[in-house]
Design a protein around this ligand. Structure first.
Ligand SMILES: O=C(O)C(=O)C[C@]1(C(=O)O)C=C[C@@H](O)C=C1
Length: 357
């Protein structure tokens, strides 16, 4: 009886799958034609992708969650875009880092990812044309800003064209089972800091904590050394065949990293955008307040204000400001004009869609 019921549902799934496949290929044909119309120009259109994903979420009636539906369409668009032209995304390697996970979350699995030895090298890969876009971490909810990415954006000709928000889960990983015999734990310094309390409570005091260039490098070392463990995420655990001795060991349960996508293009408005700027203030009293005033007086909301030592003079600072809206919106455009009159230096790093998934 239940076999009969199962058979009926499976036949329905087979019919639906055939229909979905036919429709997916019709969609892919349209994307291929769009690629021809673009005629060798920029194929990746972040503003359109954000609109497609936001629309899917708003159309969704379940039982699939909005998130699950958007992720499926993320992969559909990734495959369609690859028919126009396959993309290469540079990231801070080696394979298995959270930066790679962010690149795949944003571009889907049809894009190729190119591991680079440093964030500088990943920027250079795009500037020299050996990769199309770079995905670089810019801030973590517990550890704050990633200074190197901020510094590189000041001088790089690349524009920000997207953002990726990734929940970070750390695990204690080892080749084999049990914590007995662990003498050292490798991880990136930020991850060691993010799991500090857990390590204090759960590992003997004598276990050495060694910071290395990336979590994936930590996992690689732990896969080679029997008395070593690593703190890293799922991708690194899978890449190096390690056992998860303890899962989600980050002290802060909402641990999230924000990444930026940068490339050579300017991005059009999607309807729900963010604009990132770097500005410097003249060194005089009230200068800082004068940077904020043009935003509030033009009704522009600020979502980030971060200071960073300028590399040109001692005790001089530059300020990284994120505002809601696109440079083409009148309020943002007026605020930027006014900012230009009071700031010593203003650079628009990019206007781009806010993360949808
Ligand atoms: O609309 C476009 O410009 C397309 O190329 C189609 C499409 C899609 O599959 O929906 C694919 C890639 C772009 O980044 C945006 C959207």
């Amino acid at each position: 009886m239940s076999d009969e019921l199962l058979k009926g549902h499976r036949e329905a799934i087979d019919r639906i799958d055939a229909e979905i496949l036919k429709l997916l290929n019709q969609r892919a044909e349209h994307a291929r034609t769009i690629g021809e119309i673009k005629g060798g120009g920029v194929v990746y259109r972040p503003e359109r992708e954000a609109q497609v994903l936001a629309r899917i979420k708003s159309l969704n009636t379940g039982p699939l969650s909005d998130e699950a539906a958007a992720k499926l369409f993320r992969e559909v668009m990734s495959a369609c875009l690859a028919l126009e032209r396959p993309l290469t995304i540079a990231y801070l390697g080696p394979e298995g880092t959270f930066s790679q996970a962010a690149a795949i979350k944003h571009f889907g699995h049809a894009a190729s990812t190119q591991a680079c030895g440093s964030i500088d090298e990943a920027f250079r890969a795009v500037e020299s044309g050996s990769a199309d876009y770079v995905v670089a971490p810019v801030e973590n909810s517990t550890e704050g800003a990633v200074g190197r990415t901020l510094d590189l954006m000041v001088s790089s000709p690349l524009n920000i064209c997207g953002e990726v928000v990734l929940r970070i889960h750390h695990h204690l990983l080892r080749k084999g089972d049990g914590v007995a015999g662990i003498l050292r734990v490798y991880s990136h310094a930020q991850s060691l800091a993010q799991c500090h309390e857990w390590l204090n409570k759960n590992l003997p005091a004598g276990v050495e904590r060694i910071s290395v260039a990336s979590n994936a490098e930590a996992a690689r070392l732990a896969s080679k050394e029997p008395n070593s463990a690593a703190i890293a995420g799922d991708a690194a655990a899978e890449r190096f065949g390690l056992t998860r001795l303890a899962q989600n060991i980050e002290d802060e349960p909402n641990n999230t990293t924000r990444f930026l996508v940068l490339g050579g293009q300017q991005t059009g408005p999607s309807g729900k955008d963010r604009t990132s700027l770097v500005v410097s203030a003249p060194n005089r009293p009230g200068a800082l307040a004068s940077l904020v005033e043009p935003l509030s007086s033009n009704g522009v909301s600020m979502s980030k204000f971060e200071s960073r030592p300028s590399r040109t003079g001692l005790w001089e600072y530059v300020f990284f400001i994120d505002v809601e809206g696109h440079v083409s919106e009148p309020g943002v455009a007026r605020a930027l004009d006014a900012l230009g009159n009071v700031a010593a230096f203003v650079k628009v790093l990019g206007s781009y869609p806010q993360a949808v998934i």
